[in-house]
Each structure stands twice: as structure tokens, then as C-alpha cells.
Write a protein that binds this ligand. Sequence first.
Ligand code: ADP
Ligand code: MG
Length: 373
Amino acid sequence: MAQRVATADGGNKKTSRVRVAVRLRPYMGKLDEKNEGLCVRGLDSQNLEIINWRNATETVKYHFDVFHGEQTTQQEVFLSSVKPVLPHILNGQNASVFAYGPTGAGKTHTMLGSSEQPGVIPRAVREVFKLVKAKDEGEGWEYSIGMSYLEIYNEKVLDLLSPGSQDLPIREDKDKNILIPGLTHTTISSFSDFDKHFIPASLNRTTASTKLNQRSSRSHAILLIKVVRTQRALSHRQQTGKLYLVDLAGSEDNRRTGNQGIRLKESGAINLSLFTLSKVVDSLNSATAVRVPYRDSKLTRLLQDSLGGSAHSVMITNIAPEYKYYFDTFTALNFAAKSKLIVNKPFTRETVAVPVLPVKRARDDHEAGGSDS
Ligand code: ADP
Ligand code: MG
């Protein structure tokens, strides 16, 4: 996973790649009013294909670290993409898991899930408690687990555990740790203790969302789980590991919906942070990166010490199979993929005619071509 990256100062820095997974949610008939069927499908555990809008006799094939097909369970997503990074949190290392993708493609399902199908967040929190419990007393460390929960909305950092709080500043200490002075940080002693704080805070966010036009899809929700371990013998020796679990704002193109006023401002902030995130992930995953532009948005600035560097990072790109998501899916795949390939082979859809796509929607970032996006 680790690779050597040349830095601007000519030195060599060990940098972790961001692992990229794609999850395709199941087809939902009610989202396919025109009965057009599917426009994307999985090929195997790393590859998928989508119809090429320029030429429907072709598909565009994408390769990822992992592809989770529509049958994939919450448990499988957790086991393959998230569980392996958790032990590092107990050793003072950082990690981050993001759900990226258009609204309606399954980000919240993946991160939060439901009581019947719990997602990454409840599973990861349970696992962290389990790992801490299983630690051998003889190793001489004492562990403490805490949480913060915040939202980045319109480039403002808002504390979800303290509703009504103001925009909080992001700072960096002398050891390059990122911190937010004033952010509520609550010690938690068990999973149910976590839930006691997390559920009302999530509800706060959802309530606000109906008032403020689906705010939940227009802000980034960021849960921080922090594990601090202290050596019993030399109690001044402490290590902190941070785990960020992030449900990102919807990646759909806001320009298409003709947003104005406050919505336009939101769109600008979302575009800025997702665009910066894509540049950061690109620089981290490219062997020739010289500068990682963390400072260009609040989201990437906040995640700076937990994304790339010695941190373990996973991006789960959620996509939907219905045609109405076609361009958003294309954009999301191009965001996530570093390689794609046009395949000269019709996408098998025997009963459904290929829709004629309006020309005005054609834009550069939907281009299917070349080996690099
Ligand atoms: P997003 O957060 O990206 O806007 P949601 O997670 O709210 O999307 O998903 C949209 C709808 O699809 C929800 O009703 C959700 O329950 C359902 N859904 C998403 N992913 C899956 C999945 N893998 N299996 C079953 N239902 C899913
Ligand atoms: Mg959501």
C-alpha cells in the first residue's frame, strides 16, 4: 500500500495510497420512471462497466481496488474496506473512511445504515471497543475512547454535539496534528454510550435538513473516534489514534438544477471541497505528486493528518444503477478511477432502447476517453 513519493524539497516521504472502493446499490424500480433499466453493472470484484453516452455500442470499463456489487451486504463492506484499518487506531495511527457519491446512491446506507442493516459507523465503533477490550493488560497501556461529531456546511465547521454553536477554527499544532479548539469531545465507555450521544446529534442534523432543503445531502457529516493510550509505568507517554468516518455531501452537479441564492452558495462550497478532495486523493495516489493541496478546503484541511501520510484511508464511492443517475455516476467514477478503458462491445439490454441524451448535458468531465481522467 505504501509508496515513495518525491516531495517538493527533493526528499522522499512515505505516503499511503488512498484505497478506492466502489459500491453499486441495488436497482430501484421507483427511480426508473421511464423503465430504462440499468446503465451500469459489475464485471468482477475489481471491475465494472457503464454505457458510453457518446456511443451506446460501447461501454467504458473501470478498474478499482475493490468493487462491491449490488448483492454486497453491509457486513461484507465493513469486513473488506474498514475492519482492517481499525487495529492501527489503537497504536496511535490515524485513519479515515469516506462515502462519496451522488444523493440517493447509498452513502448514508453505507456509513450509518439502519437498525436492521447497520452500516460502517456502528460496526466500526463496536469493533474499536472490542479491540480495546481484547488488549492484554500485561502490555501496560491504558486506553480511553472518545468521540466528536461535526458537520462542514458552507465551509463552516459546526459542532453537532453542541447544537447552535458557531463556526469553529481548524488549527495545527507543532507536531502537525490537526485540531479544532472548542469542539466537544466526549469520552465514551461502551457502544450504548456512543449511541446515546450519536443518535440525538444525528437527529439534529436530519431535522435541520427538512427545514433547510435536504441539508444532510449538502453538508459533510464527520464522526471522529479518538483512541488515546497511556503507558502505565511512564504515564506521560501517550499515543493518540484518530478515526474519521465521513458521509460526504452529494456529488451531483448542482449547476444542472439551476440553484440560486443560498443554494448556489452551498453548491460552490460543496464543489470546492469535493474538488479539493479529488485533487488530494489524486496527488496521494500519483507517484509524481509534489504538493497535496490540503489547505484549499476545510474538509481536506481537517483531514490532513488522517488522509495520506502515515494514515490509512479508504474512499467508498457509492453509485446508483438507474439512468437518471447516469451523468452523476460517470462523474463519480471519473473522480474515483485512475484508469478506464473503452470497450467495443454493446451493453446487453435486449428489451430497452438507448435513450437519446440531450446535447446540452455534454461536458468535458463526462468525456469517456484516454487512460487517465
Ligand atoms: P445517500 O446518502 O447517498 O443520499 P441513501 O443511503 O440515503 O443515499 O440511499 C438512498 C436509498 O437507497 C435509501 O432508501 C437506502 O435505504 C437505499 N439503499 C442505498 N444503498 C442500498 C443498498 N446497498 N441496499 C439496499 N438499499 C440501499
Ligand atoms: Mg445521505
